[in-house]
Design a protein around this ligand. Structure first.
Ligand code: UGA
Length: 432
């Protein structure tokens, strides 16, 4: 099939490359000419394992191309996916101006039937507005359908998530749209949920908010564990074996970050509010998440006594491993809080340093964990990269001024670290 993807951000580019992998012909459109120029030279503007290679392969075999022109992409495609950004406004609501202008451009370029699919995460009822905008801007007698097909990929494993999803959700209002979307995904062996557009839109917000809720729940349990002298890792293991609960997203730590969970949680609270429901449960999840970072800084302060003029080695800046994404990364707030208390920061990250340099002030960026640890008063784990899990702890102990590790991601075994002579502080697990 011939597909146009409007927007070459995370979701758009991964979707485009993966549809090319499924042997469709794809044109990815973006109004940022420099981005399109770079993509034509196979340069992906963010780090995602395997993506650059996939883009290069399909651009070379002709299945994937890039353009700044919505009109020609619409003319030459059967299906048009909208994957432009829906960033949060001041009040937490999604900014849909990008979607609206793209929809107008699509409408004025259509000359025969087109299926327009929302891929971006949008509030419930956006489909109806998209439909109305197309109806009022297109030429007479041009048939079309609107559909919703939310994306559930995680950064860092986006290609795997796209090609091997737990489920594919399609919200449609015509048999023709359903048939086209079924055909598009025919080679992916995953359960396909067919529903109305509003329910499909809601599935995305309800899913991300539930994941956020699950993380805040385990972080709250971690506090009880600490107070009681229990171990949150064992509690999560014991809970997770119950098939109704599941072990994933029960890792206690410094809270969730990134561009999706915090934004979608806020948006879902706002959407519910507008519809007349006060989603207090989600508000509490957000509160727990915010305080998780302050709690971590208090742990550091407790251990170091005074933070002023102490040097802290920060391991990890990206919001999670295998990405260079710094958007809503807990590291940003944690470093700001430590700097307010007078700390000097030496930070390292396997991928995010370049992006972090534009965001963080007065930070010494180090090549690796060993350079960061040299002469520091303690080392803190903020992102659980494999590089940190595998660090040479004997070497680290020699490099640090004091053998103190404060771990916001529970990557080490407390008994082992204590046996090595470290003072080890983590989340929801009390040291012996
Ligand atoms: C999230 C969802 O997992 C995807 O399904 C969804 O498609 C995506 O948002 C989106 O809406 O586009 P992502 O933001 O890439 O994906 O990252 P996650 O893997 O969900 O992690 C989010 C945050 O939660 C990270 O900061 C991570 O460190 C934290 N987390 C995750 C925990 O603190 N504990 C856990 O047990 C799991």
């Amino acid at each position: 099939m011939k597909i146009a993807i409007i927007g070459t951000g995370y979701v758009g580019l991964v979707t485009g490359a993966c549809f090319a992998e499924l042997k469709h012909r794809v044109v990815c459109v973006d109004n940022d000419a420099s981005k399109v120029r770079a993509l034509k030279m196979f340069k992906v503007p963010f780090y995602e394992p395997g993506l650059e290679e996939m883009v290069r392969r399909h651009a070379r075999n002709g299945r994937l191309s890039f353009s700044t022109q919505i009109s020609s992409a619409v003319k030459n495609s059967d299906v048009i996916f909208i994957a432009v950004g829906t960033p949060p406004k001041e009040n937490g609501e999604a900014d849909l101006t990008g979607i609206e202008s793209v929809v107008r451009a699509i409408a004025t370029s259509m000359h025969s039937y087109r299926l327009i699919v929302e891929k971006s995460t949008v509030p419930v009822d956006t489909g109806r507005r998209v439909q109305h905008t197309i109806e009022t801007n297109k030429a007479k007698n041009v048939p079309f359908d609107v559909a919703s097909n939310p994306e559930f990929l995680r950064e860092g494993q986006a290609i795997h998530d796209f090609l091997h999803p737990d489920r594919i959700v399609i919200g449609v209002e015509s048999a023709r749209a359903e048939k086209i979307l079924r055909q598009l995904y025919a080679d992916i062996p995953a359960p396909l949920i067919v529903t109305d557009i509003k329910s499909a839109e809601l599935i995305k917000h309800a899913s991300n908010s539930f994941l956020a809720l699950k993380i805040s729940y385990i972080n709250a349990v971690a506090r009880v564990c600490e107070a009681a002298g229990a171990d949150v890792e064992r509690v999560a293991e014991g809970m997770g074996l119950d098939g109704r609960i599941g072990r994933t997203f029960l890792d206690a730590g410094i809270g969730f970050g990134g561009f999706c969970l915090p934004k979608d949680l806020d948006a879902f609270v706002g959407i519910s509010q507008k519809l007349g429901y006060d989603f207090g449960l989600l508000k509490e999840a957000k509160k727990i998440n915010e305080s998780q970072k302050e709690l971590f800084v208090r742990k550091i302060e407790n251990r170091l006594w005074n933070i002023k003029n102490k040097t802290i080695a920060v391991c990890g800046l990206s919001f999670k491993p295998n990405t260079d994404d710094m958007r809503f990364a807990p590291s940003v707030d944690i470093i700001a809080l430590l700097q307010q208390l007078g700390a000097r920061i030496r930070a390292c990250d396997p991928q995010a340093t370049k992006k972090a340099k534009g965001l963080l002030k007065d930070v010494v960026f180090c090549r690796d964990v060993y350079e960061a640890a040299r002469g520091s008063d303690c080392l803190i784990i903020v992102t659980e990269w494999n590089e940190f899990k595998e660090m040479d702890l004997k070497r680290i102990k020699k490099l640090l001024k004091q053998p103190i590790i404060i771990d916001g991601r529970n990557i080490f075994d407390p008994a082992l670290l204590e046996a090595m002579g470290f003072s080890y502080v983590c989340i929801g697990r009390t040291s012996k």
